[in-house]
Design a protein around this ligand. Structure first.
Ligand SMILES: NC(=O)c1ccc[n+]([C@@H]2O[C@H](COP(=O)([O-])OP(=O)(O)OC[C@H]3O[C@@H](n4cnc5c(N)ncnc54)[C@H](O)[C@@H]3O)[C@@H](O)[C@H]2O)c1
Length: 286
């Protein structure tokens, strides 16, 4: 028996990165997947989004694990598109047990107010839309996970004014995701359902491996490369590593969707190699 055997999980941003990793890891442990991804670029976001081919590759990798995946192209800013995608998935797979609302963008490096709004509507509204699309299909035992970020828990990261309007929007949206999940857990508790947030530090995906991130980490260089950024990345964590891998986040998601965590709810689960405690030392006990 897998740790999420027979469950059906709805994942946003499933085409690549952490979303693909979650789909594979959950499939390895017996889950079927309903997945969506925008598969199109967003103008204010300087690095590209996933493609339809990426989404198809996630389906192939899930099927390689012997599980099913119903995939649709949908923008998390479009509530009806998400409702349709979930309905199609439930009709094919028979049920829905869990949500991993994790599609995200980080449109840094521009002062365009649209970048602020895009970060908020994708990173916050997109989470709420995903939960809302799933809710009619969820019942006792359901588990919801939303992906925040260390950037929502500490100040002076993406919200540094030098990072532009989209960086501020990113931090604000991630803070709001943390708050949303906290209060969502209160209303879900009496129904026997749970909600938790996962907050990664630097994670080894296309979001981090982008020219704009290299520039944020190496403002001293004109056109820094990944090798240049690798020198600076470890300063983010407290364990000497430049980033965590998508699989590290997937293992936390797997725990939160499994019955092993059946009484874990309303939590802000950091997978950050000590990045948070480094910046937020605890006040002394009196
Ligand atoms: N990579 C990091 O360093 C890092 C750190 C902290 C938090 N996060 C968060 O982790 C989550 C996953 O990001 P990732 O690291 O895998 O990056 P990624 O860019 O590789 O993956 C994001 C995925 O979301 C999809 N997406 C973006 N906007 C969408 C939309 N409007 N509708 C549907 N799909 C959309 C993209 O196409 C892509 O497949 C995001 O919420 C991100 O903010 C990432």
């Amino acid at each position: 028996m897998g740790r999420v055997e027979g469950k059906v999980v709805f994942i946003t941003g499933a085409a690549r990165g952490q979303g693909r990793s979650h789909a594979i890891r959950l499939a390895q442990e017996g889950a079927d997947i309903i997945g969506v991804d925008i598969c199109a670029d967003i103008a204010t976001n300087s690095y590209g989004m996933a493609t339809r081919e990426d989404l198809d590759e996630t389906v192939r990798l899930v099927e390689k694990e012997g599980r099913r995946m119903i995939a649709s192209v949908a923008d998390v800013r479009d509530p009806q598109a998400l409702k349709d995608a979930v309905a199609a998935g439930v009709s094919a797979l028979g049920r829905l047990d869990s949500v991993v609302a994790q599609a995200g963008i980080c449109p840094m490096g521009t002062d365009d107010p649209e970048a602020f709004l895009d970060a908020v509507t994708v990173d916050l509204n997109g989470v709420i839309n995903a939960v809302q699309a799933a809710m009619p299909h969820l019942s006792k035992g359901a588990s919801i996970v939303a992906t925040g970020s260390l950037a929502g828990l500490v100040q002076g990261s993406t919200d540094n004014p030098d990072n532009g309007a989209g960086g501020l929007g990113y931090s604000w949206a991630k803070r709001a995701v943390a708050s949303f999940v906290h209060d969502l857990s209160i209303v879900l508790g009496p129904k026997g359902m749970r909600a938790n947030a996962v907050h990664p530090t630097n994670c080894n995906t296309d979001m981090l491996n982008s020219d704009i991130m290299y520039k944020i980490f190496r403002p001293d260089l004109d056109k820094p490369t990944r090798d240049d950024a690798l020198v600076a990345f470890p300063a983010m964590t407290n364990m000497g590593v430049p980033y965590v891998e998508p699989q590290d986040i997937s293992d936390m998601v797997l725990f939160l969707l499994s019955d092993e965590s059946r009484y874990v709810t309303g939590m802000q689960m950091r997978v950050d190699a000590g990045a948070y405690t480094l910046r937020r030392p605890q006040a002394p006990a009196f």
